[in-house]
Design a binder for this molecule. Structure first.
Ligand SMILES: [Zn+2]
Ligand SMILES: [Zn+2]
Length: 284
């Protein structure tokens, strides 16, 4: 049922977000005024335009409790090469088969697999201009992040190319990074990394092709990132090639360490299926 008034809609969202955040690291979660100011604005928007769930389409919430319950947080152990969840410590099948491991990232962590309602929700965030949804989804990311990011880390989003940013109007990774930083009480540098070259869509490319496609596509500002431990945020990690290329630029600009953090992680099986597709626009 759609929210019928401002207080009810606001109360429900606040309760949901607090539950998500409290599950992450009690005692270290902060609630800066920016996050709460946005919640008030979103509640007012919801009052006028009652939302539908981005996962299942049911009216009432942006990402409903039923859909959230279908999002299973990824748990360790993770592949030592690429951060993919594995049954026992060591390397995943992809890395065992000789795929190039990540070179520049200290590691990659993701909240959940890129499937089901979360996949639907990410598509909505990315292609349907549902920017408000980013706050709900970043809450999931904050809750699932296993605490690898040291206190004082600087949050940097993976940037879009200027042309794509102009076409879309926003960077979904930037929205997720902003809320993640707010929830964690971390600093954020929205332009800590920039794209210096437009890249082809990664959809349909092999792991090696993906790496080549994004090589040298990023640059970072020494004055912003030198000496910093960085949490590099993106919406989806497929092979990690984009994150790693961006991390390479950050390290070259003097960053001390770079961790990748994404909302979702593509399953290896999906990647193999994806490799059979022809490249198409608007991919990851
Ligand atoms: Zn739902
Ligand atoms: Zn691996």
């Amino acid at each position: 049922m759609a929210p019928i008034g401002f207080p009810q809609a606001n109360l429900r969202r606040r309760k949901d977000n607090m539950a998500v955040a409290a599950a992450s690291r009690p005692g270290t979660v902060r609630w800066p005024w920016r996050f709460w100011t946005r919640q008030l604005v979103w509640a007012a928007v919801d009052f006028v335009f009652p939302p539908r769930c981005a996962g299942c389409g049911r009216p009432g919430q942006r990402f409903c409790a039923a859909c959230r319950s279908e999002v299973t947080p990824l748990r360790p152990p993770f592949c030592e090469g690429c951060g993919y969840p594995v049954r026992q410590a060591g390397l995943c099948r992809q890395c065992q088969s000789g795929a190039e491991s990540l070179r520049s990232l200290a590691g990659v962590r993701s909240a959940a697999f890129f499937e089901g309602p979360l996949r639907q929700a990410i598509h909505q965030l990315k292609y349907q201009r549902d920017v408000i949804l980013a706050d709900s989804l970043a809450g999931l990311m904050s809750a699932a992040e296993p605490g690898s990011a040291p206190a004082g880390s600087l949050v940097v989003p993976v940037p879009l190319a200027p042309a794509r940013l102009a076409a879309r109007g926003y960077n979904q990774a930037g929205l997720l990074a902003r809320t993640y930083a707010d929830l964690r009480g971390l600093r954020i540098a929205p332009r800590g990394a920039v794209r210096v070259r437009q890249t082809e869509s990664q959809v349909g490319l092999s792991a090696r092709q993906r790496r080549l496609n994004v090589a040298g596509a990023f640059a970072a500002e020494v004055g912003i990132v030198a000496g910093e431990r960085i949490v590099l945020v993106d919406d989806v990690c497929t092979t990690g090639a984009t994150l790693d290329a961006c991390a390479e630029a950050l390290l070259a600009a003097g960053a001390a360490q770079v961790w990748g953090l994404t909302l979702a992680r593509a399953r290896l099986a999906d990647l193999r299926a994806d490799a059979l597709l022809k490249p198409a626009g608007g991919g990851y």
